[in-house]
Ligand binder design. Structure first.
Ligand code: PMP
Length: 762
């Protein structure tokens, strides 16, 4: 126990207040770290706090507090702040002598009704916003206030990184690397740029008063100091976030409300997050010190466990990304939606019942404008992760050096082609680079026509290959869907080898052969009509058709029949390539076939617009008929640098094996859900390419289209992004960026379990 602490009895406190303040009260002790405080009740119901400072407290420090309380009470009358009560003598700081003759300085302030922030539940947006608003009001009230004691040195003042640093070695070894990283951000704060004032200095969750579910005011001005103003809001955020389910969203809410009352400049905004994590590091360092010095002082330890949990949670989010999320000014969703309606074509669709305003991404996570984090289980374009640092660096560096087309010699396009070809089997040895999957499929068709000399093409039911005129013609998903005009005469649609709800099911070992016979039949029909065959195109794992694997023997038989008829076999690997399936690098690898043309898109540029076609030297030679092939942006120096970086990341991080492992975890979780939820009819796919087909009835297989839409939206509300797919829009599509982890898989399964359990069919 601190030997400078006062030790008065309640009776002594009552006697003192009667004699000095002329008030008859009942005293009961309040907890305090260093001083002694009593709650006082008078007979007429008035309540006060008697604050008795430790014996070595400076009178000037107490005078500083009283003066600040009087100043802010006058400037911010809307805030609930303790009011200083003067003695009849006019004094507001009075000597109080104990039994041993030791003198202490005592003050009387009004009691404030309400609960502490730490007790307030639920911590909703309104509560967080009211905290920012009240603190902004307080900091505004502090402006212009000064006092001779305000320049004192205080350990908890965030400008004193050095005090925390001195205790850093006392931290548990497992905490040190992370704390060091955050402390570096704190140390980098440019203090000269930050405006100074007297601040509260300790708006922690025990010093914030809540009434009617809103922050009403602040208690305990004992840590007031002259420091950077922005520290006040940073400290409030640091404590308010402890154990908050959506810390960045809560932080943004507090900061936005604070700025409405007290605008911050750019340097101050940039320093908020480093100071927030700085405060958490400071708390951990002092806790470690106190644990040693004071054998685990409970008052000090109270925040260390949640502070550590919070730092761990924040660890995966790049610091500059957080600063942007916290303070970036954004348009409202309503105005964005209105502008979109006015400026963009109406048939550009938006995902989810409540459209998302996504502003940042990092690996498998996305953040919306309110700071809410989403687990991305849907987007395959950012194959190696949103904003992967290596891809970003490769693109930025090349952009700063040169970005030209393929009409000049350059290493990058050749290196990309070489590396890409190395992942493909013989005789796929010639590359073309374009800018999208659509362009790649267009080119694939030109190659096939040049080689075969024919036009007629066999496609799969429910397939999608791109957005151009010709590709809509070969995409039943579009030409047989709303607004479509059916297949043209040169397009022949083969049955989707759907072994769940199609003609031949999984129980039939001949299913693959039978579906292939359907293609052979189409070829025979063409032949009988005297028409040649240009080729056959399909996704190696029909994705748009509903995330399915092709049955055994199907593709090998189809390819043999197509080739025998002079046609070319085209594998659309836009969704399935680059290791996503886990078991193989390419979708077609899984069936031990080799296509004549492979079409690549989405993932190969990780979001940078790229597409590619890889074919055989023979087909390439047939295409080389005198007409130049040129794609202005395809294979540019920047695109090639990016494409190469993506390929290297896939290989260096062994994302294919990772996809296999995480996919197994997802599959076993999904199977467990299927055992408990009748809605799940079928589970299929491989690696990080999975489909969950929902049915209203497991016998009739009636598609549960409405339930699928509900699941996609309910999962979004829980912060997990999925999509839907398939001819009946009844397949949940799980197709995340490849860094998706085992823990992410568990989060997805847990949330899906909740959504399925709570689903009420209409
Ligand atoms: N093929 C497949 C299988 C696709 O999924 C897509 C895009 N959804 C495309 C081709 C067309 O690619 P892009 O949108 O890049 O033109």
């Amino acid at each position: 126990m601190n030997d400078t602490a006062p030790h008065f009895t309640p009776a002594e406190a009552e006697g003192f207040v009667r004699d000095t303040f002329d008030r008859v009260v009942q005293a009961s002790p309040l907890p305090s770290e260093r001083d002694q405080n009593f709650q006082l009740k008078s007979a007429d119901g008035e309540m006060f706090v008697l604050k008795i400072a430790k014996s070595d407290e400076e009178r000037s420090t107490l005078d500083f507090q009283n003066a600040a309380l009087k100043h802010t009470a006058q400037r911010a009358p809307s805030l609930a702040l303790p009011r200083v009560v003067n003695a009849p003598s006019g004094a507001d700081i009075v000597d109080m002598i104990d039994r041993r003759g030791q003198a202490y300085l005592a003050r009387l302030v009004t009691w404030l009704d309400g609960i502490l922030f730490v007790e307030a539940m639920p911590r909703n947006e309104e509560l967080f916003a009211s905290l920012g608003d009240a603190l902004g009001t307080l900091d505004l009230a502090f402006r212009g206030f000064s006092h001779p004691a305000m320049g004192r040195t205080l350990h908890w003042d965030l400008k004193h990184v050095e005090f925390a640093h001195a205790h850093f070695p006392l931290l548990p070894a497992e905490q040190q690397p992370l704390v060091r990283r955050f402390m570096q951000a704190w140390e980098a704060v440019d203090w000269k740029q930050l405006r100074k004032s007297v601040i509260h200095g300790d708006a922690n969750d025990y010093n914030i008063l809540v009434r009617d579910s809103r922050v009403a005011g602040f208690l305990d001005f004992g840590d007031m100091v002259h420091s950077a103003i922005v520290c006040d809001v940073a400290i409030a955020i640091a404590y308010a976030l402890l154990d908050a389910p959506e810390p960045l969203a809560a932080a943004r809410t507090i900061l936005t409300a604070y700025r409405r009352k007290f605008p911050l400049n750019e340097a101050e905004l940039a320093s908020v997050y480093p100071l927030v994590v700085g405060r958490l590091c400071m708390s951990l360092c002092y806790s470690a010190y106190n644990a040693r010095e004071k054998s685990g002082d409970a008052y000090q330890q109270v925040t260390s466990a949640p502070a550590w949990r919070l730092l761990q949670k924040l660890a995966g989010v790049p610091i500059e990304l957080v600063s942007d999320i916290l303070s970036g000014d954004r348009k409202s969703p309503e105005s964005l939606l209105a502008n979109r309606r006015r400026l963009l074509g109406r048939n550009l669709s938006l995902s989810y019942r409540t459209p998302l305003h996504i502003v940042r991404g990092s690996m498998q996570y996305l953040w919306d404008a309110d700071g809410r984090q989403y687990l991305d289980a849907y987007n395959n374009v950012p194959h190696v992760g949103h904003c992967h640092p290596r891809v970003l660096q490769a693109g930025c560096e090349q952009m700063a050096k040169l970005n030209t087309n393929t009409r000049y010699l350059h290493e990058s396009v050749e290196e990309l082609a070489e590396n890409l070809i190395a992942t493909l089997p013989d005789p796929l040895r010639v590359c073309y680079f374009v800018n999208s999957g659509s362009e790649a499929n267009e080119l694939a068709l030109r190659l096939a026509r040049a080689y075969s000399g024919a036009q007629d093409l066999i496609v799969l039911e429910a397939a999608y290959h791109g957005n151009t005129n010709t590709l809509i013609d070969i995409s039943p998903y579009k030409h047989d869907g709303p607004g479509g005009r059916g297949a043209p005469s040169w397009v022949h649609v083969a049955k989707l080898p759907d072994v769940y709800r199609g003609e031949c099911r999984r129980s039939d070992p001949q299913a693959g052969i039978k579906y292939a016979a359907g293609v052979e039949h189409l070829i025979a029909q063409l032949r009988s009509q005297g028409r040649g065959l240009c080729g056959y195109i399909a996704e190696s794992w029909p994705s748009v058709g509903g995330q399915m694997a092709l049955p055994d023997g199907y593709l090998s038989n189809v390819y043999a029949a197509v080739r025998a008829a002079g046609g070319v076999c085209i594998a659309d690997e836009v969704q399935t390539g680059y290791g996503r399936l886990g078991g193989s690098f390419w979708g077609f690898d899984a069936y031990e076939v080799v296509p004549d043309i492979v079409v690549l898109g989405k993932p190969i540029g990780n979001g940078h617009p790229m597409g590619a076609v890889v074919t055989t030297p023979k087909i390439a030679a047939a295409f080389d008929n005198g007409m130049e092939f040129f794609s202005t942006f395809g294979g540019s120096t920047v695109s090639s640098a990016i494409g190469l970086a993506v390929l290297h990341v896939v290989q260096d991080e062994d994302l294919q094996t990772h996809a296999l492992n995480v996919g197994e975890r997802l599959l076993s979780g999904l199977r467990e859900l299927q055992a408990r939820h009748a809605l799940i009819g079928d589970i299929r796919g491989s690696g990080l390419f999975l489909g969950v087909e929902l049915v209203r009835d497991r016998l009739s297989l009636e598609p549960a289209t409405a339930a699928t839409a509900a699941m996609v939206n309910d999962m979004c509300a829980k912060g997990v992004l999925l999509g839907s797919e398939g001819a009946f829009h009844s397949v949940l599509k799980i197709r995340p960026p490849m860094p998706f982890t085992l823990a992410d898989a568990d989060r997805l399964i847990g949330n899906l379990d909740d959504c399925l359990s709570n689903y009420i069919p209409r």
